[in-house]
Design a protein around this ligand. Structure first.
Ligand code: CS2
Length: 471
């Protein structure tokens, strides 16, 4: 499709490697298949403006290099019509969301970008950036930018719009609706009343499940792509061949024909999302923390350790699968096998450090859900507890400055100076942003954590392997 024909119909918040390899690819394919140029993407970077800086001199063009079995040749994607920095030019972001041409706002801002309280699933109004955005500065948080943009639409008559969360969170649409409504409600009454009424009639928040493993691009990737492409692309991304997108169909202002690009519209997104989070993402996190403690740099190296593969498989089959309801048509065992095969892709270079980052945001949604479900069914969550113990060991063994987690300071402050199983496990069970009171008080869970932590502590990765094999 000729570039000059593309119109900006989507604003994407959280422009990073994942969005380039997922949202932008599905959207380009949909525009091509339906010969419909109305869905060009205005991409917005959040905290780091790297991708915007890379894309601007390239006119928004970038390469996707698939790595692994079934990979197709390099392709240059052209669905990004503009790339802007949300941190440096927040007014521009608000204006783009407020523009009549915008029909959809998509989000890949990661778990921490939502600024919500995990226990109540409501907006964290104590967050300093949320407070400053509420007070009226040009907004830097994604929720602030969305709501200020909606305010412009309401006053400017720009019409309905869909806000589409594409992050790994259960009921991500509902959550985003709660947060946006919470932000609007916290504005001065004269503003919030009319805005909330307008939002009710004009904004939808469908839920989605997204899936594609997209590691951080390395210098080596860029050099290899330069060689293949005979041109230097600073914004190139690498990804596994697999990609999936399931979403609810509720777009009052229209949407691309994403189904023509392979997306699935479903009324059962919640089931797809819990399958993905509690099978794929949960075992991804498990492998990341087990891999980190065994000195494995990548997920494919970690899953190649036989006992780690076993632990992952058993967590999925014995604990996660029995505690979720699968969407119609999905074969649970096949899904688990495919997930393990995808993890083993040696060409991807997905690092354990990257997947292990932001644990405080992920452990609750991916692992503690299965811990609770298994306990409720009267069984011991042996394998999920191993993953949580490995996370605890990672947190306790990493110097504060090196712990890549938005709550690193709080986690370190919760930990005692003397770090053994007997001190670390209770300290982190008491860390309320991750573990709720009821679960923290469950003795069976605590004993399992102590059991695994002690083995890690005294026997190291090899001893852990033996214990897993005998489990
Ligand atoms: C990973 C995910 O970094 C992580 O936490 O588990 O980014 C994972 O690669 C994607 O969700 C796969 O779709």
């Amino acid at each position: 499709m000729p570039r000059e024909k593309l119109q900006p119909g989507i604003v994407h918040l959280g422009l990073g490697a994942f969005a380039l390899a997922h949202t932008a690819v599905f959207t380009e394919d949909a525009m091509l298949a339906a010969n419909d140029p109305r869905w060009g993407i205005v991409g917005v970077t959040q905290r780091s403006d790297t991708v915007a800086r890379q894309l601007v001199p390239q006119d928004g063009l970038f390469t996707v290099a698939e790595r692994g079995e079934g990979a197709v040749p390099l392709r240059v994607v052209s669905s990004i019509v503009e790339a802007i920095s949300g941190r440096d030019t927040p007014e521009r972001v608000v204006a783009r969301i407020g523009a009549q041409s915008t029909k959809i706002v998509t989000l890949t801002i990661t778990e921490k970008g939502y600024r919500f309280d995990p226990q109540t699933r409501t907006l964290d109004v104590a967050d300093e950036d949320i407070q400053a955005d509420l007070a009226g500065r040009p907004p830097v948080t994604a929720i602030g930018q969305i709501v200020r943009g909606l305010q412009q639409r309401a006053t400017g008559g720009a019409g309905p719009v869909t806000v589409l969360s594409c992050d790994n969170l259960p009921a991500n649409g509902e959550l985003t609706a709660t947060l946006a409504t919470g932000f609007a409600a916290a504005l001065p009454a004269a503003e919030s009343g009319p805005l909330l009424a307008w939002m009710r009639d004009n904004v939808t928040f469908p839920s989605t499940m997204v899936d594609r493993m997209v590691p951080a691009t390395t210098e080596g990737d860029l050099a290899a792509i330069e060689h293949e492409l005979s041109a230097r692309d600073e914004a190139a991304v690498v990804a596994e061949p697999f990609k999936q997108w399931v979403m609810e169909d509720n777009f009052p202002a229209g949407r691309p024909r994403w189904e023509d690009a392979g997306a699935l519209f479903s009324d059962d997104v919640a089931a797809w999302e819990s399958a993905k989070l509690r099978l794929l993402n949960a075992s991804h996190s498990m492998l990341a923390y087990l891999g980190l403690l065994a000195g494995k740099e990548t997920i494919s190296d970690a899953v190649a350790v036989e006992p780690f593969h076993t632990a992952c498989r058993r967590m999925m089959l014995e604990e996660a699968l029995p505690s979720i309801t699968l969407p119609a048509g999905l074969d649970g065992e096949q899904y688990c096998d495919e997930v393990l095969r995808r993890f083993a892709n040696p060409a991807l270079g997905h690092t354990t450090a990257k997947v292990g980052s932001d644990g405080s945001q992920k452990v609750g949604l991916r692992l503690l859900t299965t811990v609770r479900g298994t306990l409720d069914a009267g069984r011991a969550p042996r394998w999920a507890a191993l993953a949580v113990a490995a996370w605890m060991h990672h947190v306790a063994g990493t110097p504060a400055a090196d712990l890549n987690d938005p709550l690193a300071q709080g986690l370190q402050a919760a930990l005692p100076v003397d770090r053994t199983a007997d001190t670390v496990v209770p300290a982190l069970l008491g860390f309320r942003p991750v573990v709720d009171l009821a679960l923290a008080g469950n003795e069976d869970f605590r004993d399992l954590l102590l059991h695994w932590y002690r083995i890690i502590e005294t026997n190291g990765p090899d001893g852990l392997g033996n214990e897993i094999n005998h489990g």
